[in-house]
Write a protein that binds this ligand. Sequence first.
Ligand code: 6GU
Length: 246
Amino acid sequence: MRIDIISIFPQFFDCLDVSLMGKARSSGVLQTQVWDLRDWTEDVHRTVDRAPAGGGAGMVMKPDVWGKAIDQVIAQAGAPKTVLAIPTPAGIPLTQSQVRDLAANTEHLVVACGRYEGIDQRVSQYYQQLPGVKVLPFSLGDYVLNGGEVAAVALVEATCRLLDGFVGNPNSLVEESYELSGLLEYPAYTQPATWRGLDIPAVLLSGDHQKVKSWRRQQSLMLTAKRRPDLIWEIEPGALEKSDRE
Ligand code: 6GU
């Protein structure tokens, strides 16, 4: 997969060089490039924003500068299909299934990081109707960040860990995310058996794999019911066993 990130804070993405991301980039599974939006400005002040039409607080990022940047980044990759991801608190909440779809079906991902009050709406509108481009306005959740950069890092990390050849053991992904069951993951423990007066649950040290499995299942269900009751309602009734219902 090729990923291009456009931002007025390109240094923000130095963090992508760290750990796994760095490994994937050097192994060739992933090519990433970070671009400075201001390189597409033509005035001495390198202006990227203006007051909003209709008045109001804050500044809006100029469509002309964004258009030139996105056009060039799309043309340079030469991929038949591009996903243009636009982080915005007004976007669709990002989910694992969207991330899975991105990782499986996208050769070229462009992330356009806005600051201030966002990017002129016509940018999203224009690329939506451009053949070969899919626009994905996405949000991380119901809170407001100063800009799209943190969300872009989250999107890139969530996507890249699903790419073939990215993680050593592909099985660890399924269990780790617990995404197939739609439940939160059960709690994990490791030695020492007692730490500050707290014991590892005895079942985990019993050596009885069947008991361990059903204990973990129960923990997942209870944790999900408590922390994410919304997810419980998404479970297919047929996917629940008698012990689960109890
Ligand atoms: Cl994607 N952007 C901004 N600015 N704030 C957010 C967000 C995105 N997701 C949650 N809050």
